[in-house]
Every structure is written in structure tokens, then in C-alpha cells.
Design a protein around this ligand. Structure first.
Ligand code: SF4
Length: 432
């Protein structure tokens, strides 16, 4: 089967390097899996050589049996225009949409993307796409009941809602072949300092209300086979500077992490890698020592806020003093083993003020933070609430940009401070 994957142009304002890990995992890894049994092409409008015009040229030149659109909140605007045009050019092709925007506002998608044939609402995307291919090839799911997929009943022109799919602990996802021509590997690497992303785990048991991790791949932590990751790193270590081990909370399973590190060390894999985690899951010195020995050089950690009042909104910690102690201890351990911690903070949470933001920044700097990333608190759960009431609008979606959303202005700040602090964080002292 001839399959085309499309990631449309983005309309949100995130720095380019922060976009790359999800492109590897949501586009390249999914397409790689489907390419094992199908003829696959990927058009990612990230490339300056691919605009929507090139996408339309491609679909008018080549007849695809299936076109898969990756729907992220950043691309909804573009898809609203692009999908109807592709439908006009390709009346015979099947068109399916997947991505983390769908579980956030499924009713909006159903209402506004009537040209599609199928919508992946839950489950692992590569499994769902493979199942859909089996369905359209007439091999399986003869009654049209495909787990996790809402399909269009063409005769009655209405959607037949999906049955829920929890992913059934799937861990068979594939990593991107760096020698294949499926994606522009050099472009991806160049935009991410020669780093390559690998999905180490899926699912997150914490379910922080502002985060999409649980909505995307559910709450059960599932991990890739250690041997497969290590082998991939070994095969590709000479082609990259670092690996990004993509994981909602990489150190959630501490035993797994220690075993993984031992495997890297025992096999003398001389690779450096970075990953993400949480403060409370970075308190184990034995694990952090092993991570450092195995090549871990940087950890991005969602500290989010160090303010008691703002925490009432996020519920990130139970006791402020205990949380600050844990943040401090995490830095102490990481500094001891030469791992850099990059704390991620959110701004615009109810209760925050210029004073307590400055206090958090000073505290993090005093315990060794050199590179702090601040994003706007974008409470995406609000979109789901509006979607459930069927009142969600495109304007609501467009406003929910992780970098520019301002619902609550911290006391003592203004738009100038807020946006400059996000886009020019290093200058925070002068700005505040
Ligand atoms: S721990 Fe991190 S990945 Fe998991 S739900 Fe919370 S913010 Fe998301």
C-alpha cells in the first residue's frame, strides 16, 4: 500500500529545537514502523523545501492509498485548510488523522474535519494505522470496529465512534533508521545540535492536568526492551553527538534505569544522552551515579513552580519545604556526578507574582541551575472542558500556545516582562 505522512506547517511560536523530539517520535518513528510493510513517504513542512504547495503537488502527482495527517495543536489551523484541498485532489484516497491534539478535543476534530475517513482517538498510533490498513485492504475488522478508531459511515455521512483502546502494553515501536531516506535526517539533526531522539518509554502514571502525556499514550509506564535501545545506540553512536531518550518520566522505573545504564556500561557504549524526569524521581544517588557513568549529561526536569499558591492550581507537591529540599537535593546529586539539570518553569499560574517568580529563579540559580526554560502555563484541560460542552472554537485553540498564552498575569508583571522573560530568560534579572 502507498502511504503518505504529512505534518503541516505550524502556527505556534516555539523555538525550533524544542519541536524536534516530538517530530522524531510522532512522525519519523511512526512512519518507520508503517514502512516495514508499506511504501511510505513523509512530507514534513518543517523543511524549508516543503510548503503546503509542495504537499498539494505531491498528492496530485502520486496516487496514495492512504494519507496520514499528524494533528498537533500547533498544526490545527493549517490542517483546516489543507485537508479539504487534499480531499478535492484525491477523492479516492483514504485519509486518517492521528496525534496528541485528538484526545484533547475529539469533538472539534469530528465537527471540523468531515473530509477524513478515520480518526485515531486512543491506543498506539502505529498499531491503529496498521489496523486501519488491514481494514481497508479487507483483511481484518470486517464490521468496521477497529479499536481506538472513529470511522466515517459514508452512506449516512456520520461518524461511528471508536471503542476505547488502552494500548494493551504495546512496546513494539521502532526507532528511525538514520540511513533511510524516509525523513530528512540531516535537517532534523542540524536543528537539534546533532542529537537523535529515541522513544524509551510511553505512558505516565502522574497525570498532571496540564500535560498531554496521559491523554496521548495512557497512564501505564511501558518501556522499550533495553537490549533494543542499547543496540540502536551502539549502531548509531558514530553518527550523532547525543541521543535524546524520549520518555514522559524516564526515571519512573528506577530498577529499569539502573539495568539500562549497566547494559550501556558493560557493552562499553561510548554514547552521551539526555532525558527528562521529575524532581521526586531524581533522589536516588546510586541511580544518578550510574546514569552519569553510562553517559547521561543532561536532564530536563519539570519543576514548574516553587510557589505555594500557584501549586494549588497544579498540585505538583504536597509540602513546599519538602519540595524545595528535593529540588536542592536533585541539583546536589546531579552536580556531584556532573549531570546538568535544566529546570522547566511555568509562568502565568494563579497565585504567582513577580516577587515569587524572581525568588524561584534566584533559588534555582543559587543551587546550580545554569539554563532555565520558562514557558507560559497553558492549561490545555480547558480546551477539553470546552470540547465536552461542544463550545470549543478555533480562537480558543489558537490562544493556547505554550509560549504566549497569558490568562493570568502575575502580580507586578506586565506583557512586556512576561514575554521577554520567556523569550529572553537569561536576562531575567534585568527585566524583573
Ligand atoms: S509527570 Fe511530566 S510527563 Fe507525566 S503527566 Fe506530569 S508533566 Fe506530564
Amino acid at each position: 500500500m502507498k502511504v503518505l505522512f504529512i505534518e503541516a506547517e505550524e502556527t505556534f511560536y516555539m523555538p525550533i529545537d524544542t519541536k524536534m523530539p516530538k517530530r522524531w517520535t510522532y512522525l519519523a518513528e511512526i512512519a518507520t514502523y508503517i514502512s516495514k510493510e508499506n511504501e511510505v513517504k513523509v512530507l514534513d513542512c518543517l523543511s524549508s523545501k516543503i510548503s503546503h504547495a509542495e504537499v498539494l503537488e505531491e498528492v496530485s502527482k502520486t496516487k496514495y492509498d492512504l494519507i496520514c495527517f499528524l494533528a498537533r495543536i500547533e498544526t490545527i489551523n493549517s490542517l483546516l485548510k489543507l485537508i479539504p484541498l487534499i480531499r478535492k485532489i484525491c477523492p479516492e484516497s483514504k485519509m486518517i488523522i492521528y496525534g496528541d491534539a485528538i484526545p484533547m478535543f475529539p469533538n472539534f476534530i469530528k465537527k471540523n474535519f468531515g473530509d477524513l475517513d478515520a480518526i485515531i482517538e486512543s491506543g498506539d498510533w502505529e498499531v491503529a494505522i496498521s489496523n486501519y490498513i488491514d481494514f481497508i485492504e479487507g483483511k481484518k475488522f470486517f464490521d468496521g470496529n477497529i479499536p481506538g478508531i472513529t470511522i466515517k459511515d459514508k452512506d449516512r455521512n456520520k461518524w461511528i465512534d471508536a471503542t476505547r483502546c488502552s494500548g494493551e502494553n504495546f512496546t513494539g515501536w521502532t526507532f528511525t533508521d538514520l540511513d533511510s531516506k524516509l525523513i530528512d535526517v540531516n535537517l532534523y539533526k542540524s536543528l537539534r545540535h546533532n542529537e537523535v531522539t529515541i522513544s524509551a518509554s510511553r505512558g505516565c502514571p502522574y497525570n498532571c492536568k496540564f500535560c498531554l502525556a496521559v491523554k496521548t499514550f495512557d497512564k501505564d509506564d511501558r518501556r522499550k526492551n533495553i537490549g533494543e535501545i542499547v543496540q540502536y545506540m551502539n549502531n548509531n553512536v558514530s553518527k550523532v553527538s547525543d541521543f535524546k531518550l524520549f520518555s514522559p518520566t524516564f526515571t519512573y522505573d528506577e530498577k529499569w534505569v539502573i539495568s539500562f545504564c549497566k547494559e550501556l556500561i558493560d557493552n562499553k557504549i561510548n554514547a552521551t544522552w539526555v532525558t527528562t524526569s521529575r524532581t521526586d524521581k531524581l533522589q536516588n544517588e546510586e541511580m544518578i551515579e550510574k546514569m552519569a557513568e553510562a553517559g547521561c549529561k543532561k536532564l530536563a526536569v519539570g519543576v514548574e513552580t516553587l510557589d505555594e499558591k500557584a501549586n494549588r492550581e497544579l498540585k505538583k507537591f504536597n509540602d513546599l519545604e519538602d519540595y524545595r529540599n528535593k529540588v536542592e537535593n536533585m541539583f546536589k546529586l546531579a552536580n556531584k556526578y556532573n549531570i546538568e539539570i535544566k529546570p522547566l518553569l511555568m509562568m502565568g499560574i494563579k497565585g504567582q507574582s513577580k516577587e515569587n517568580i524572581l525568588d524561584s529563579l534566584n533559588f534555582l540559580t543559587s543551587i546550580g541551575a545554569r539554563d532555565i526554560r520558562i514557558a507560559a502555563y497553558s492549561p490545555r484541560q480547558l480546551l477539553t472542558e470546552l470540547d465536552n460542552k461542544r463550545t470549543l472554537t478555533l480562537k480558543d485553540i489558537n490562544a493556547m500556545d505554550k509560549m504566549t498564552y497569558i490568562d493570568y498575569m502575575p502580580e507586578g508583571m506586565d506583557n512586556f516582562n512576561f514575554l521577554n522573560l520567556i523569550y529572553n530568560t537569561k536576562k531575567y534579572v534585568e527585566l524583573l
